[in-house]
Design a protein around this ligand. Structure first.
Ligand code: SAM
Length: 500
């Protein structure tokens, strides 16, 4: 009941999570030698889906899929159903209920997603979650279950203990949250441990629901990876691989001196050892039924059957002539270092095609063409791209996919955004999702503009409309300035695949 009340009072920010999208999960599974179903026509189940900020964009993207969410908080389930109805989606529904008591007639699913649930529910619900995966996964289905890992959480436990001890569990969630902020201030002057001080500084700026549900929630029992794998065994399930960013093979070799050929038998042990070495806090496990084909460590050779998308930029001039390391950054601010000229060329090709994905061989050809135009030298071997791309894929600088995705439409004479983006922009509490399932951070003016893009206004008319709306909100700007801002936003919407 406490868990339920806290989610009703302080709803979790319900965001699109790129690492849960089934086209990506299917691609990661393939890297592990596992052939997952086609996401476009899949049945997709999300357990603990909150108001559906992750599930609804998937249903909207693939009209032939069938998406079912299950959520214990009535407030969130009802908000999700109301949004689905306003959008007119017929292939999505959110069931208000307990994942530990799923209806018998739910059927089988090709993808089951449970993000941010496993570590935050009582042990009996954890068991029920894994039972639900076994019972409802189709023979080749893939489940995604994220959980907190003991290796990284060990050092954070004193902070959680202090916050629980010094706040009052009887207070309503918002009031207890305010109390927790005051405790953080006090701890900042009392404590000296730089690691904990860094976490405190982060918590003071993080979403309230994050602090509440990680540090004050009744349940948050991080597990060692080996224990989680043991639970899978006990439930007739199999670990397939990791959907979070990893330095995988490279790290395994560097940190543990394991050669790839000798790794197969020790792959999972090495993964667990890496959790300790790198103080890993969070895992996103891909899981299949134990009677499904055997999984293996990720193999670069499987890249040739996949497509890729990336939104990377470099502030430096790109040196295509030498293997000098250059920094590329993604919109989240993560930095990826690329040395191989062919990979730099591939990053340029992918970024200019974003949000569309490019199949491996087409990417190789396009990267070779860029090199031929800008640098001299012998033609590049396939293996050079494959090795560099594999590293970027495992660290998630480049996302693998089995779905080509949309081509970006440019702002037309009368710019028009897709119906999902317009409704998200017009609905307080909803985050706008890009074509690649990323959360797009928009200020109120950006949301206002996006909501107005129904194809009925020219860019001049949009700028006048925005100028009047901003003036009504107390912000006087020249038409010239508003026009400039309007174009900036329109190009951002275009790049995120929001325009039709
Ligand atoms: C931390 S939130 C994560 C929400 C969402 N999956 C995400 O990642 O944004 C956990 C969600 O699980 C829901 N939940 C907790 N126990 C549940 C149960 N027994 N059955 C269904 N949903 C549950 C909560 O209400 C909450 O919305």
């Amino acid at each position: 009941m406490d868990t339920l009340a806290s989610y009703d009072e302080l709803p979790y920010d319900s965001l699109p999570l790129p690492e849960t999208q089934p086209d990506f999960l299917a691609a990661v599974a393939r890297l592990h030698g596992f052939d997952a179903p086609d996401p476009r026509r899949a049945r997709i189940l999300e357990l603990g889906c909150a108001q559906g900020g992750n599930l609804i964009p998937l249903a909207w993207r693939w009209p032939e899929s069938e998406c079912v969410g299950v959520e214990l908080s009535r407030v969130q389930a009802e908000a999700g159903m109301a949004f689905i109805q306003r959008l007119g989606l017929s292939n999505a529904r959110i069931v208000h209920g307990d994942l530990a008591a799923l209806p018998d007639d739910l059927g089988e699913f090709d993808f089951i997603i449970a993000h941010g649930v496993f570590s935050w529910v009582p042990p009996s619900v954890q068991q029920a979650l894994l039972e639900a995966c076994r019972r409802h996964l189709s023979p080749h289905g893939i489940a995604y279950v994220s959980f907190n890992v003991a290796a990284g959480w060990q050092a954070l436990q004193p902070l959680r203990a202090a916050l629980i001890e010094r706040t009052s569990a009887e207070l309503p969630a918002p009031a207890r949250f305010k109390q927790a902020l005051r405790v953080l201030d006090a701890l900042e002057s009392e404590w000296r441990d730089p690691f904990l001080l860094k976490e405190i500084a982060y918590l003071k700026t993080a979403a309230p629901s994050y602090l509440f549900h990680e540090y004050l929630a009744e349940f948050n029992a991080p597990l060692p990876f080996a224990e989680f794998a043991g639970l899978l065994d006990a439930h007739g399930l199999r670990y397939v691989g990791e959907a979070g960013p990893r330095c995988a093979v490279v790290e395994l070799e560097d940190a543990w001196g394991l050669v790839p050929e000798g790794m197969a038998g020790r792959w999972r042990d090495a993964e667990a050892a890496l959790d300790d070495a790198l103080a890993i806090r969070f895992r996103r496990a891909l899981i299949a039924r134990d009677d499904a084909p055997c999984a293996q460590p990720p193999q670069a050779v499987a890249l040739s059957g996949l497509a890729f998308h990336a939104d990377l930029r470099s502030d430096e001039e790109i040196d295509l002539a030498t293997a000098s390391e250059q920094a590329f950054v993604n919109p989240a601010g993560n930095i990826f270092r690329i040395a191989q000229p062919v990979m730099k060329a591939a990053a340029m090709v992918l970024s200019s095609a974003y949000p569309a994905a490019i199949a491996y061989l087409a990417l190789l050809d396009a990267a070779r063409a860029v090199l031929a135009e800008h640098a001299s030298g012998a033609p590049v071997e396939d293996a050079v791209l494959s090795e560099a791309l594999f590293q970027l894929v495992t660290s998630q600088g480049v996302m693998p996919t089995v779905w080509g995705g949309p081509l970006a439409a440019e702002p037309g004479e009368r710019p028009c955004a897709n119906a999902l983006a317009r409704l998200q922009a017009a609905s307080p509490g909803w985050v706008v999702s890009g074509a690649r399932h990323v959360a797009i951070d928009l200020d109120p003016a950006g949301r206002m503009l996006l909501a107005a893009l129904d194809g009925s206004r020219s860019v001049d008319e949009l700028a006048s409309h925005m100028q009047a709306s901003l003036a009504a909100a107390g912000l006087e700007l020249s038409l010239e300035r508003v026009m400039e801002l309007t174009w900036q936003q329109l190009w951002l919407f275009a790049r995120q695949g929001l325009l039709v």
